[in-house]
Design a protein around this ligand. Structure first.
Ligand code: SF4
Length: 285
């Protein structure tokens, strides 16, 4: 049976093309073999390019690499910490949320919020996404990135070969700014310690700052997102005694901006591929 007759291959290829389309990636690998036919077989070439994205074209079920999980946590995709360390981090995040964030009235955003939105994900995530602030859906549900922009972020995460359960997602401010306006400087300053504490607890290997407010806050700069995106920066936690080495930080466009400006999706995908390379994840060509 040829590759394209195999339902598993067809489903995997369709999913990959759909993700590429969503992200604005125009490249489609029509040619699977090198000219001259002296290289590896088509199936091998494809498998090498995308080792975890598609099953092998032939062989027993047990020999086939599994497609990337869309939910759940694979141990190799999060930090290798002991069960005790993971428990400590989970408890620290829970305490920060319940004892400080949920009761916070440090800026005027508490007056109009329905719920605080602490963020969610794995306490030992290798990758943390930081956005701007909760929108309507997030304010209603108390969860970060669950509206339309959140759905696009989910597709971006899945395109990286990860699931939402394997990363951590949060925002600079934990309460929704009215009418989804950009958080004011005093609101960011008031909420900033919570984000800093989250990052000190999780200690990710890479941070992705989604949009200008997140990037400017984390990097303490006024530079535009257009100039920052696609370049590596370093994030330094502000507190002690847990100040460690800086964390690599990649600014990119916010998913809400990408929904308004689809032509920019390819740039965001290019940024995420740099993140994948930094994390040692397979990077589609
Ligand atoms: S946005 Fe942050 S600082 Fe302001 S009230 Fe909410 S939790 Fe507190």
């Amino acid at each position: 049976m040829g590759i394209l007759e195999d339902p598993a291959w067809r489903a995997a290829i369709r999913r990959r093309l759909e993700i590429d389309l969503l992200l604005g990636v125009g490249y489609v690998p029509l040619k699977l073999t090198p000219a001259g036919g002296s290289g590896p077989s088509p199936a091998t070439r494809w498998r090498q390019d995308r080792p975890s994205a598609v099953p092998a074209a032939s062989g027993t079920a047990s020999a086939r690499p599994a497609p990337p999980a869309r939910s759940g946590v694979r141990p190799e995709m999060v930090q290798a910490v002991t069960a005790e360390e993971l428990q400590e981090r989970m408890q620290a995040l829970k305490a920060l949320d319940e004892n400080r964030v949920r009761v916070c009235r440090s800026c005027k955003l508490w007056e109009t919020r329905t719920r605080t939105v602490f963020g969610q994900g794995h306490a030992a995530a290798r990758l943390v996404f930081v956005g701007e602030g909760p929108g309507y859906e997030e304010d209603q549900q108390g969860l970060a990135f669950v509206g339309k922009a959140g759905q696009l972020l989910t597709r971006m995460i899945e395109a990286m070969g990860l699931s939402r359960d394997e990363v951590f997602i949060c925002n600079v401010v934990k309460c929704r700014p009215p009418d989804n306006r950009t958080p004011a400087p005093d609101e960011i300053a008031a909420c900033w310690p919570y984000l800093d504490e989250q990052l000190r607890i999780i200690r990710p290997e890479v941070i992705v700052a989604l949009g200008k407010p997140a990037a400017q806050t984390l990097l303490r700069t006024q530079e535009s997102i257009g100039r920052m995106r696609g370049h590596w920066f370093e994030y330094y936690t502000s507190g002690s005694p847990n100040v460690g080495p800086p964390t690599p930080l990649m600014p990119t466009y916010h998913p809400a901006y990408l929904l308004r400006s689809p032509a920019e999706k390819a740039k965001a995908w290019s940024d995420l591929k740099q993140v994948m390379a930094r994390l040692g994840l397979p990077v589609p060509r």
